[in-house]
Design a protein around this ligand. Structure first.
Ligand SMILES: NC(=O)c1ccc[n+]([C@@H]2O[C@H](COP(=O)([O-])OP(=O)(O)OC[C@H]3O[C@@H](n4cnc5c(N)ncnc54)[C@H](O)[C@@H]3O)[C@@H](O)[C@H]2O)c1
Length: 315
């Protein structure tokens, strides 16, 4: 039996997925949502997710049963807060709603209950006014939470190292790969790096120097292949920092340094090309079935993760 008793506030895309992560490993988790119909939907979606993960062989029959046994669905927040020692907030990305949620949680939960937020874009440390802020941190899961191993753990100015270590140990025991960021910075690690890359890609394409297809080909068949087993720092160790530093000197001054807009994004938005949801983005998605497309995408992620594990642990 686990000592953890978790509350998930918000039963949308992320909330239900995060609940699967904990429950599958036998940890009691309560799903709460301000809109009861979301709880019903979450229960159905969790069953559908488990069916799919069973097909993909990434969940055992016992873990599927655990998601039925260890997730409870609660419409009453007072009741949901009664015996928990960890809460994760995944409500809408709206500062007022998040502030109000943490106000309520602070008045209902034990003063040593750990408070986590799944926010992607809010400085929760300025928003949440809670007693004992040393127990507040961001646990940023990726979608779908059951599949994606990385969780960014972001500390606020008062977050205690002991609390972060405790949460890190817990997430590691669930098979996740936590990465710690010691202060709040917009985008954390992953979205910051994605923006660095996309700013330069947008620059090269809008200058007419290359095409979307060729940039993606270049990434998939070099960095993309290597990144699954060695990050850019390990690569520089292989090449030698004397050489990489000389190369950087020539390149840095020619890089895009826009600070106001995403050049490519702005052009695409003007043309109504928002991506899959408008059936056109950088590429054409006319006539595709979105659910099928997303499942195929998840299938590729799962296959890659299995391959990476084989590389890490050849036995
Ligand atoms: N979707 C992603 O890929 C993703 C990835 C990482 C982080 N996030 C972050 O996770 C959070 C949730 O995102 P999501 O995609 O799951 O959103 P979502 O819209 O799918 O779900 C949000 C849920 O919160 C509920 N809710 C709204 N107000 C509430 C309240 N006051 N009390 C309780 N429940 C309330 C809604 O009914 C809904 O079920 C956001 O902060 C988002 O930025 C999202």
């Amino acid at each position: 039996m686990s000592d953890w008793n978790v509350l998930m506030v918000g039963a949308g895309t992320m909330g239900r997925g995060i609940a699967e992560v904990f429950a599958a490993k036998g940890i009691e988790i309560t799903l709460y949502d301000a809109f009861p119909e979301q709880l019903k939907k979450a229960k159905e979606m969790i069953q559908a997710d488990m069916k799919y993960y069973e097909q993909e062989h990434i969940v055992s029959p016992e873990e599927v049963k655990n998601t039925e046994k260890f997730i409870s669905y609660e419409e009453n927040l007072d009741k949901a807060c009664s015996k928990i020692n960890l809460v994760i907030e995944a409500v809408f990305e709206d500062k007022d709603i998040k502030r109000d949620t943490f106000n309520k949680l602070d008045s209902l939960c034990a003063p040593d209950c750990i408070f986590c937020s799944n926010t992607s874009a809010s400085n929760i440390f300025e928003i949440a006014q809670i007693r004992n802020p040393e127990r507040l941190l961001i646990t940023h899961f990726f979608n779908p939470p059951y599949v994606m191993p990385l969780i960014e753990l972001v500390m606020g100015p008062k977050t205690s190292t002991a609390v972060v270590e405790k949460v890190k140990d817990l997430l590691t025991s669930l098979g996740k790969e936590p990465a710690v960021i010691k202060r709040y910075i917009p985008g954390f690690i992953v979205n910051r790096l994605d923006n660095v890359l996309c700013r330069e890609i947008g620059y090269m394409i809008t200058q007419g120097w290359t095409t979307a297809e060729d940039v993606e080909r270049a990434i998939r068949y070099t960095s993309g292949t290597r990144y699954s087993f060695e990050g850019p720092l390990s690569l520089h160790d292989v090449v030698g920092w004397d050489l990489t530093t000389t190369v950087s000197k020539n390149i840095y001054q020619t890089l895009c340094n826009d600070t106001d807009c995403d050049r490519l994004g702005t052009e695409l938005i003007k043309e109504g090309r928002l991506g899959i949801k408008t059936q056109k983005g950088c590429y054409d998605y006319k006539g595709i079935n979105t659910q099928e497309f997303m499942n195929k995408r998840s299938h590729k992620i799962i296959k890659m993760l299995k391959a990476i594990r084989t590389l890490d642990d050849p036995e």
